[in-house]
Design a protein around this ligand. Structure first.
Ligand SMILES: Cc1cc2nc3c(=O)[nH]c(=O)nc-3n(C[C@H](O)[C@H](O)[C@H](O)COP(=O)(O)O)c2cc1C
Length: 384
């Protein structure tokens, strides 16, 4: 059986290492400032190098290091994943773009048209990461006051409409959140391959909607026993609907020649620890974020307190924001832990590391070839 490996593209900026976690100094994602190496000032003016140039470097590097594609996350402070996917597609050959987006911020007929155009232009390289929002301030940023469970009703309606118009036959829908009458993708756009659907959310409402729509149920990494229980729950729920989704996990990785060297890297990042970050990440109504916070101890005496099982560390959110869990260890150990996840039922991985560029090469070239249960899926449409 093949495994799909994606790499995360940093859409919020990128820093030179875990040791400089709060200095986004690669490209001009946050504007040009002290510490930026490129763009450079020449003749008193910026030379025009922009953050998209850095993202293109990461996409190309991960494509050549064996990754099937890249996840393009979406938060208020990130670049827009749709526009970025279109720009980066021209820079890559077979690389797929997993666009994270919240249904509800776009009409589904418009989303269908954008998606079909991208599919046609790229030879079918669009993948969806359907996110339904974590509540709190980021939701209000978008003017979204729909409550937690209703957001999943909206997501479900959105995907019903998107699928309904996809084949080009006139489609009517009169839902709570969306209506359309006689809509259909025009000839030429109709009939493109429908993007694979990755679907995230840990709440009961998320699992119910994922049962209806997901090709891959996507989770952050958690302690393995909890992840296994989560996968079993999703599988059970989907089976009642006659569906059998695959499973994907998003994981940060610090892998080095030796375990000691990997922990030394964490220790350097720990100098910048922000112990309040776990609380802030769980301020909305996200059940998944609350689950994760539950594993981060209240009182931390040192970074090894956060190793919840061998090589599984839940301190990443405290040194660079984002999800808490990742793998820390030698190349062999990280490969073994990934193999164990395969045995647990995981079919696809979204891996990440800082800096995104060098770590893409390192993980692709040093870790992925050690996996027992590959063959690594060759990048390309023949794997569809
Ligand atoms: C792997 C993964 C990636 C996610 N990426 C994003 C993202 O890019 N933007 C975002 O706003 N939410 C993201 N989320 C959050 C989820 O979409 C969802 O809002 C969150 O899990 C809360 O849902 P819940 O209450 O059902 O757990 C992600 C979640 C997971 C598991």
């Amino acid at each position: 059986m093949s495994i799909d490996f994606y790499w995360r593209i940093g859409m919020e900026g990128d820093h030179a290492s875990l040791r400089t976690p709060r200095r986004y100094n690669r490209g001009d994602a946050g504007g040009y400032g002290p510490g930026n190496i490129a763009p450079a000032i020449r003749g008193g003016e910026l030379d025009g190098y922009s953050y998209i140039d850095h993202m293109a470097a990461v996409a190309k590097a991960s494509e050549s290091a064996g990754f099937l594609g890249g996840l393009l996350p979406s938060f208020p402070m990130t670049e827009d994943p749709w526009a970025t996917a279109a720009a980066l597609a021209a820079e890559t050959t077979t690389y797929r773009f997993m666009v994270a987006f919240q249904p509800g911020f776009l009409h589904p007929v418009q989303a269908a048209r954008m998606s079909a155009s991208l599919q046609r232009a790229t030879g079918g390289r669009l993948v969806y990461n359907i996110i339904s929002g974590g509540g709190g301030a980021p939701q209000l940023w978008w003017g979204d006051k729909v409550d937690h469970d209703d957001r999943y009703t909206r997501t479900s309606e959105f995907l019903d409409v998107l699928k309904g118009v996809w084949d080009g036959e006139p489609f009517d829908f009169d839902g709570r959140f969306f209506q359309t009458h006689g809509a259909a993708l025009p000839p030429g756009l109709a009939g493109q391959p429908f993007p694979e659907v990755y679907f995230s959310g840990s709440s009961a409402a998320a699992v119910a909607a994922a049962g209806l729509h997901s090709d891959y149920y996507l989770s952050w990494l958690e302690p393995y026993a909890d992840l296994r229980a989560k996968i079993d729950g999703v599988r059970e729920n989907s089976a009642k609907l006659g569906r059998t989704p695959k499973f994907a996990v998003r994981i940060d990785v610090v892998a080095r020649h030796t375990e000691e060297a990997a922990w030394a890297e964490i220790e350097k990042g720990w100098a910048f620890v922000d112990k309040g970050a776990a609380d802030r990440a769980a301020q909305g109504d996200s059940v998944g974020a609350a689950r994760i916070k539950g594993w981060v101890p209240e009182h931390i005496t040192g970074y090894r307190d956060l190793e919840v099982q061998p090589n599984v560390w839940c301190g990443f959110s405290l040194i660079r924001g984002g999800p808490a869990f990742g793998l820390v260890g030698s190349y062999e150990q990280v490969a073994e832990r990934l193999d164990e996840l395969r045995e647990l039922g995981v079919d696809a991985f979204i891996l990440a590391g800082n800096p995104h560029l060098e770590e893409a090469y390192r993980v692709g070239e040093e870790v992925l070839p050690l996996l027992q249960r590959t063959p690594i899926t060759p990048s390309g449409l023949e794997t569809r």
